[in-house]
Structure formats: structure tokens, C-alpha cells
Design a protein around this ligand. Structure first.
Ligand code: PMP
Ligand code: GLN
Length: 383
């Protein structure tokens, strides 16, 4: 694992804490999620659900995941054979790649990519092949994606809505991925942790399209999500993976020896969350869309050009107008210079030039915090 030092999130949060800066780097909300979900966790702890949960996850959570997939997407999922609860989406991703890949296999990623993908590919002894999503639109280039697939491709990882760009992949782009996976007999690992954070003015009108709903995809797709973003409980680390039973069996075989089980009392609480009315889910997206507009407006007023996202709670900005061609250097200076922390995009790239001067701000914060952060950034520009 040489080359995988401290994650950028840990580095930038430590810098923010040391400088007393507003942390718009690591993505986590500064408010808690629905009270009923929090209460359900307290109840679970008080009622003695504090020992090892069953290996696949507590039955009511697996049932709630299957119900959620039917309610929002019309997907039929068998909660007993096709669902596995994991320690966050992070474990679902790692265990899936460890289960599916042998040394020498190749994994196709879209860069910039969430950092744990590259680490998990390395842990599996596999090789990553990437296709670059380029600013400012971050669309998938068909020829380049096609070129990333070879006869050694075992897995293609999809992440829509996409961290860090906030891009929502179109149905055409997702269909292309499915077609290439079919041609190369590859498995699709679809990271959908931002499935409820899509904005109504995006290309799909705020509707999430799970890869597994596309024709020919379900039988070769592992769908991954997590409670962290949807219920603003990133520290609970309750995630899940669902897909064909034999693939989920393979992931469970790995998971037994990574964590075995986890997050016992939080699992029934997440089941409560997944069964909340539709308005809770749409309300979160609506609220975040307002925060997106607030921060993007303030960044524009400060003379920066935000790349307005269609989903997630992240927005990218080019740091060049602040005098930095290197986003990493900017992020290392920013907490001290401006009292705000961000994360550089270039660390999520293999291509050294792509995303070089881009930085990512998280807007899952109270409005007054976003206003204050924007005011600080605008002062920085005036120098
Ligand atoms: N995938 C993506 C794209 C993410 O942004 C994150 C993190 N926040 C994760 C996976 C990890 O999710 P979890 O915290 O549930 O492990
Ligand atoms: N997923 C969050 C982000 O992208 C944080 C993840 C982490 O700290 N590892 O900011």
C-alpha cells in the first residue's frame, strides 16, 4: 500500500482543525438527520441490541432495503439472498473488489475517482484503468471508455451522482457502460451513495437512475449505497450491497473476514429511516439544492466560477483565479490564508494534468456557515 498515505480528507480536516477554519473539505453535514432515525438508534441501544448482529445484516434492515429499491426504482430484490449490510459503502466497495478480482484483473474507473476505489483495487492486486471525465462538463467520452476495457477487464465501477464532480450520468452514458460490460463479460459495481441527492434542474429532473434498472444490467451489477448521506449520519457507517445472490455470497465471504459485522444498533435505525415518507427524501434534496445555489452564488460574487453540480453536496471551482495553478498547494494554504478548507481534485486523478487547479467545496453546512465561508473567500481574492 505504498503510495496510499494519509487520505486527503484526513489531511485537510486536520489542517482545518489546526487553523480553526470552516471545513468545506471532507464531506459531512453539520446537522443531524431525521429525529425519528436518531430516536430509533437510542431505542435500539436501550433495548439491548448491542451484540453482534447477523452476518448478512439485521432482517428488518435487509427488508427495508428491498422495500426501498422497489418503492423508488421498481427493483425486485430478495432481502434474504440478495442483500448484504456492510460497514458503510466503503466496506461494500472494498469487499466487492476483493471478492471479484484476482491479481492481473483490470478494473475500469472514471477519474476523478473516490479515493477508496484505487486503494481497494490495489488491495485486490488488480490494476486500474481509467477514463477521464474532463472539466467543465465531466461527460463520458465513448471512445475513451471503450479503450479502457480490455479482455482482462473484470469490473467497471460507476458512481452517479459522482463524487467529486457532482455530475449525474445520463441514461445514454449508463447504457454505454452496460453495453461494454456485456461485451467484456465484466461486473458493474455501482456506487449510488448520493442516490437521494439529485437536483430538480439536472438532466434527469432530479430522478436517480440505478444502473441495475437498465436492460441487461441487473444480472451483472452490484448496487452499493449507504445511510451516511441520505440520513446525515456519516459516522454510523451503515452501508449495503445488493445484486445477484452468487455475487452477494462472494462479497459476504470477504466481509466475514474484514469486519464480520458492524454498527449493530444503527442497523434497525436505518431501517426506520428507509421507511420514512417520500417527502423526507425529496426534502433533503430540495434543502441541499438551496445550499448549492447559496454557495455557488457566493463563489460567483467572489469572482470564482463554480461548476454547478446536478447532484451530491460538492461543487468544484478552478483555483487559478486565486493565483494557484496547483489545487493541492491552494488547499494546503487555504485554511491559514482564508480560514476555509477544501480538497484538491488532482489527488483523485491518475492523469497528472487533469483537474490540476480544481478544488472541491462541500455545501452540506448551515446557511450561515456557507455565507461566512464565501465572505472569507471573497476577501482572499481581493488580496
Ligand atoms: N462512495 C462515495 C462516492 C463517497 O463519497 C463516500 C463517502 N462519503 C463513500 C463511498 C463512503 O461511504 P460510507 O461513509 O458509507 O463508507
Ligand atoms: N465521502 C466524504 C467526502 O468525499 C468523506 C470521506 C472520507 O473522509 N473518507 O468528502
Amino acid at each position: 500500500m505504498q503510495g496510499f498515505g494519509t487520505t486527503i480528507f484526513a489531511e485537510m480536516t486536520a489542517l482545518a482543525d489546526a487553523a480553526g477554519a470552516i471545513n468545506l473539505g471532507q464531506g459531512f453535514p453539520d446537522t443531524d438527520g431525521p429525529t425519528s432515525v436518531l430516536d430509533a438508534a437510542v431505542d435500539a441501544i436501550r433495548s439491548g441490541r448491542n451484540q453482534y448482529p447477523p452476518g448478512p445484516g439485521v432482517p428488518e434492515l435487509r427488508a427495508a432495503i428491498a422495500e426501498h429499491q422497489r418503492r423508488f426504482y421498481g427493483l425486485e430484490v430478495d432481502p434474504d439472498r440478495e442483500v448484504l449490510v456492510t460497514v458503510g459503502a466503503t466496506e461494500a466497495i472494498a469487499a466487492s473488489l476483493l471478492a471479484l478480482c484476482e491479481p492481473g484483473d483490470e478494473v475500469v474507473l472514471m477519474e476523478p475517482y473516490y479515493d477508496s476505489y484505487a486503494a481497494s483495487v490495489a488491495l485486490a492486486g488488480a490494476t486500474r484503468r481509467t477514463v477521464v471525465l474532463r472539466a467543465p462538463d465531466f461527460r463520458v467520452d465513448e471512445a475513451q471508455l471503450r479503450a479502457a476495457f480490455t479482455d482482462r477487464t473484470r469490473v467497471v465501477v460507476v458512481n452517479s451522482p459522482h463524487n467529486p464532480t457532482g455530475t449525474v450520468l445520463s441514461r445514454d452514458e449508463l447504457e454505454l457502460v452496460v453495453r461494454l460490460a456485456q461485451e467484456h463479460d465484466a461486473i458493474i459495481v455501482s456506487d449510488e451513495v448520493y442516490e437521494h441527492l439529485l437536483f430538480s434542474d439536472g438532466p434527469t429532473g432530479g430522478r436517480h437512475v440505478p444502473v441495475a434498472t437498465l436492460p441487461g444490467a441487473a444480472e451483472r451489477t452490484l448496487t452499493i449505497s449507504s445511510a451516511g448521506k441520505t440520513f446525515s449520519v456519516t459516522g454510523w457507517k451503515v452501508g449495503w450491497v445488493h445484486g445477484p445472490a452468487e455475487l452477494v455470497d462472494a462479497v459476504r465471504a470477504v466481509k466475514q473476514f474484514t469486519t464480520f459485522v458492524g454498527s449493530g444498533p444503527f442497523q434497525p435505525a436505518v431501517a426506520t429511516g428507509l421507511r420514512l415518507p417520500d417527502e423526507v427524501f425529496t426534502g433533503l434534496a430540495h434543502q441541499l439544492q438551496g445550499k448549492r445555489d447559496l454557495l455557488c452564488g457566493a463563489l460567483t460574487d467572489a469572482g470564482l466560477s463554480p461548476m454547478v453540480p446536478d447532484g451530491t453536496y460538492f461543487v468544484l471551482v478552478d483555483g487559478a483565479p486565486l493565483g494557484y495553478e496547483d489545487g493541492l498547494a491552494l488547499c494546503r494554504d487555504l485554511p491559514r490564508l482564508a480560514g476555509v478548507a477544501a480538497v484538491p481534485v488532482r489527488v483523485f486523478h491518475d492523469d497528472p494534468e487533469a483537474g490540476r487547479s480544481l478544488v472541491r467545496f462541500a455545501f452540506c453546512k448551515k446557511d450561515e456557515v456557507l455565507h461566512e465561508a464565501a465572505a472569507r473567500l471573497s476577501r482572499l481574492r481581493r488580496g
